[in-house]
Design a protein around this ligand. Structure first.
Ligand code: SF4
Ligand code: SF4
Length: 356
């Protein structure tokens, strides 16, 4: 045995174990409380070297736990569904509720699976996917109806009582995360024959569980500890350290200007992204809900177009915020999101995420 190698390996592992031990002793054992005490948001780490997709379960356990926990919030559309301006298509997932292999209004997390060649080896990679809970969420800033908020935990949530289903959030999300169900929502009470597309749905990090100091359902359910939650800075340090130790890669740190969901992998994320794209192409899968992993993707709000768009919309912000505040007051809800940048419904864009 090579003594230098043994000593180096031992020291490396001891350092990693020490760091992990320190983190467990501080923020990871009681993450919600620790983050709150430090005035920090939460972060999650998804370790692709640990996730095996739960091969012995019909549905990955994280996905099953998410569905079980959130099922009372899944939409019950009024049928028959109508075509509404400006939508060109009605998005209806209500007959595909059992689908667990992509994001839908009835499935807020899924585990993608791709084969990737790296350094002469074939890797089968399982990638749990859901909202990244971005630091500067484009979906929130460009929602015309102030329906999206970022909570003190860092979770980004859509208020299903305010959402009009225009899908602007999906258009400006680099991963096209929120998914639309027609035949539900506020528009049915306001302009049922004229406008509205339904409601957008996505993961909210199980905000109800976080509110009582518990971890999100997916994290509680994972038998392989592939999912970890803790104060964001600790999660960031842990992700970087683990990636460094394995000679691997981090995702989510820079993407969209930074997110609170960090992935680590022993293969480059560019290759995972290419593999997802190739698999979708081969299966002629053009439907929304199976996001890629574009590396270092820019935050739209920081682009020239995004800045221009935000500036153009700024004058509308006060009026829309006042309207939404009045509506929330009427329904007895005092909760408040961060500042919205509303647009006229007619200005919403359609793109190719819109074909279930
Ligand atoms: S994250 Fe955990 S629960 Fe989810 S598929 Fe991977 S191993 Fe299973
Ligand atoms: S991943 Fe998409 S939906 Fe989630 S917070 Fe970021 S921009 Fe919004």
């Amino acid at each position: 045995m090579n003594n230098n190698f043994s000593r180096r390996t031992f020291l490396k592992r001891a350092t990693a174990a020490g760091l992990l031990g320190a983190l467990t002793a501080t923020g990871l054992s009681d993450p919600v409380k620790a983050a709150e005490q430090r005035g920090e948001k939460l972060g999650t780490l998804i370790d692709l070297t640990r996730c095996d997709g739960c091969p012995n379960s019909p549905t990955p356990l994280c996905v099953a736990a998410c569905r079980q926990h959130n099922q009372s919030r899944f939409p019950e559309p009024q049928k028959p569904l109508k075509y509404y301006w400006p939508q060109k298509k009605v998005e209806d997932w209500s007959d595909k509720r059992e689908l667990t292999t992509r994001l839908t209004p009835y499935n807020w997390t899924f585990v993608d699976k791709v084969k990737v060649e790296h350094n002469g080896l074939q890797h089968e990679i399982h990638v749990p996917r859901r909202c990244m809970h971005c630091d500067n969420p484009t979906c929130l800033k460009l929602c015309p109806f102030s329906a999206i908020s970022k909570e003190s935990t860092g979770a980004v949530s859509i208020d299903d009582e305010v959402c009009f289903g225009g899908a602007k959030c999906r258009d400006v999300c680099p991963w096209g995360i929120p998914q639309r169900q027609a035949g539900v929502g506020l528009y049915l009470q306001i302009a049922p024959d004229l406008a509205g597309g339904g409601v957008m749905y996505k993961c909210d990090l199980c905000s109800d569980l976080l509110a009582v100091g518990k971890k999100p359902a997916c994290i509680q359910a994972c038998p392989r500890e592939a999912l970890t939650i803790g104060p964001r800075e600790e999660i960031q340090a842990l992700a970087r350290k683990k990636a460094q130790d394995m000679g691997g890669y981090v995702y989510g740190d820079l993407e969209n200007g930074g997110t609170s969901t960090l992935y680590i992998s022993s293969v480059p994320f560019e290759k995972i992204d290419q593999a997802i794209k190739a698999d979708k192409k081969q299966k002629e899968d053009n439907s929304p809900g199976r996001p890629g992993m574009p590396v270092k993707v820019d935050n739209y709000l920081e682009s020239e177009k995004g800045l221009f768009y935000s500036a153009l919309l700024a004058p509308f912000a006060g009026a829309a915020a006042a309207g939404i505040t009045a509506y929330r007051t009427l329904k007895g809800d005092q909760s408040n999101g961060t500042s919205p940048n509303p647009v006229n419904p007619g200005e919403e864009e359609e793109h190719d995420h819109n074909n279930p």
